[in-house]
Design a protein around this ligand. Structure first.
Ligand code: ADP
Length: 622
């Protein structure tokens, strides 16, 4: 897949993910909100049932009281007197006292008796200043209903006291005619009977009920058939209407002085979602209303429980926040996993690249090594050829001179013999012998050099040294060389064979004696030191030392600084070969300090066996 396409796909996936998240959060909001609302509604239903039953219970207690009072002979006889003016003060006092007693024991706010014109003639509150006595209530529906022969019920603000209350009334008839159960029934029966003499009414205060609601901290309202709130847990919602209030209903309310002239206002407005917005704006002023019909008195009352919208929103918002946080956490987790995956992938790629690079490097190193090996083999080959050339040239040169001499001496010797001078010819023969001797020495050296390998057995280095010194004794004495030798009398064992060890010692000591030829107080010191695995032999003289520039070439074949015929330049070369053969090391230095001269240091592997082979006569170096 091309990178552009991959990028586009990734962008599409991100967009789809964003949409899905928004949709999910939207769903979570609604789901949580609906859940919370359902729960609140269930709670509201329970509370409403409780409040409704307590209201109905409070009203039902008084439903039969007016009727019972209306049947009492005292009331009947008082209202039945004709003309009414004959009602004397004593009788009124009796009735007032009776009504006050009943009111006190039943819990009614007031009980009062009106004549057929609606004029209050006796009341439980006769003693109070705001007594109902003398007031006319013929405009009140409960009076009219009772005068029609039925039971009257009404909620109104008292026109005398200004206190709201529930009014229930019953007609007072001359005989036992109106045995009423319901208002409708009584009305129909009452219509056929004689008109009532008056009306007994009971006013019940519902303020305590309202105080209970307020105390519970809930928003509860009771509205009448017109939708006007007559009781409310909040005082400022009282006497306000829900929904519309038509002119006819308003006229009726005014005529009945139901709310004692209080101005009625609408209670908030219904919003699209069914919630009620009360006094202002914002979610804090919004409520869902749960409503239940109240059967109290058949007045068309309704109880309302208000569910505040804010906690529902808060719950939905919290759920959205949690869901959002979860989405974010998931997103972060996803990003982290992706990052980790990419890191792993990069690391693997790096490792793979590294491996490849290593493999390539290794194969290059191998190829280069092969090339170097073949180049080295070529070099070795050409080095061998060069050494062979040098050696051949040296040998040819060394052989040529004595041979030319022999040829010349032989020819001149022959001529001397022809001329009859044998004495002179003898001298020539002696020279020829000396030159042959020289050739023999050269060939012996070469033979020794050619004799590679040999045994490796423990050889006492000190014994070989004694032997070689004995051979050179005549020269040492002649040159007057002072010897310094190792003090040890214990054998010092090295691994090798005696012929080569003696050859090595001979070459080193001869060179030292050569260097001491012209020295005034010649001294030659030989020392032997031991380590765990090695024996270090030092041969030092107090000659003129070695030219520093030539130290590197000392061990080359045919390198010599001596006169022609004096040195062959093979001594150190042979010594070097012997030391190499015996797995040792040899080096040359000049002495430091006050003493001049050369030092040759030879390291040889140490041997620990005490057996030693006595050198045979023909093995010995001469
Ligand atoms: P040759 O003795 O035949 O010259 P060598 O290989 O034995 O051959 O020695 C090579 C050279 O090393 C000598 O010519 C000499 O210059 C130098 N050399 C060897 N030993 C000593 C020494 N003890 N002191 C000074 N020079 C030395």
């Amino acid at each position: 897949m091309s990178p552009v396409r991959r990028r586009r796909l990734r962008r599409l996936a991100a967009l789809a993910g964003g949409f899905a998240t928004v949709a999910l959060l939207w769903w979570v909001w609604h789901w949580q909100f609906d859940n919370a609302l359902r729960e609140a509604q269930r709670h509201a239903d329970t509370r409403l049932a409780l409040y409704t039953s307590s209201l109905e219970g409070a009203l039902e207690r008084f439903a039969y009281l007016p009727d019972l009072l209306a049947r009492q002979p005292l009331i009947r006889s008082a209202l039945g007197r004709q003309p009414q003016d004959t009602l004397n003060a004593a009788m009124i006092r009796r009735i007032n006292a009776h009504l006050a007693r009943v009111a006190a024991s039943s819990g009614a706010e007031a009980i009062y008796m009106m004549n057929a014109r609606g004029l209050t003639v006796a009341a439980s509150n006769a003693a109070r200043e705001d007594s109902f006595i003398g007031q006319r209530y013929d405009y009140r529906p409960y009076f009219r209903q009772a005068m029609r022969g039925g039971q009257g019920e009404f909620f109104a603000v008292g026109s005398t006291t200004g206190r709201p209350g529930y009014f229930v009334s019953a007609p007072v008839t001359a005989g036992d005619v109106s045995v009423s159960v319901t208002a409708g029934e009584t009305a129909s029966r009452g219509a056929s009977a004689a008109p009532p003499l008056g009306v007994v009414a009971v006013k019940v205060s519902l303020e305590s009920l309202q105080a209970d609601w307020r105390q519970a901290g809930e928003k509860v309202m009771l509205s009448d058939a017109n939708g006007v709130v007559i009781l409310s847990s909040r005082a400022d919602w009282r006497y306000r209407y829900m929904g519309g209030l038509d002119a006819e209903a308003l006229g009726e309310i005014r005529a009945q002085r139901q709310f004692n002239g209080t101005e009625l206002r609408a209670l908030g407005e219904r919003l699209g979602d069914g919630s009620l917005l009360i006094d202002g704006n914002g979610v804090g002023k919004r409520f869902f209303t749960v409503t239940a019909d109240s059967t109290a008195g058949g007045l068309g009352w309704r109880m309302h429980y208000l569910v505040p919208v804010r906690p529902l929103y808060a719950r939905a918002r919290n759920a959205v926040l949690v869901a959002g946080a979860l989405c974010l956490a998931l997103l972060l987790l996803g990003l982290w996993l992706r990052e980790r995956q990419q890191r792993l992938w990069l690391r693997e790629r790096e490792a793979r690249l590294m491996r490849d690079a290593n493999e390539r490097l290794e194969s290059r190193v191998e190829a280069r090594t092969r090339e170097l090996e073949s180049a080295q083999a070529e070099l070795v080959q050409s080095g061998k050829l060069a050494a062979l050339g040098t050696m051949a040239a040296g040998i040819a040169h060394e052989l040529n001179q004595p041979l030319a001499g022999i040829r010349t001496y032989a020819a001149s010797g022959a001529r001397l013999l022809e001329r009859g001078r044998p004495e002179s010819a003898q001298d020539n023969f002696q020279r020829i012998q000396a030159l042959s001797e020289r050739l023999a020495t050269l060939i012996r050296q070469l033979k020794l050099f050619a004799r590679k390998g040999g045994a490796r057995e423990p050889i006492d280095l000190l014994a070989r040294l004694d032997f070689v010194l004995e051979l050179l004794d005549e020269r040492i004495v002649r040159q007057g060389v002072e010897l310094e030798l190792p003090e040890s009398v214990q054998p010092v064992w090295v691994a090798g064979d005696s012929v080569r060890i003696e050859q090595l010692l001979t070459n080193l000591l001869r060179n030292a004696l050569d260097a001491l030829r012209e020295v005034a107080a010649p001294r030659l010191s030989v020392d032997v030191a031991l380590s765990d695995t090695r024996v270090v032999l030092t041969v030092a003289d107090n000659g003129s030392g070695i030219d520093e520039a030539l130290i590197g070439q000392l061990f080359d074949p045919f390198f010599t600084t001596k006169e022609v015929g004096d040195g062959l330049g093979l001594g150190l070369f042979i010594a070097y070969g012997i030391v190499q053969d015996l797995a040792g090391r040899i080096r040359a230095e000049n002495r430091t300090g006050a003493q001049s001269g050369a030092v040759f240091i030879v390291e040889l592997p140490r041997a620990f066996e005490t057996r030693r082979r006595q050198p045979s006569e023909e093995d010995s170096v001469t």
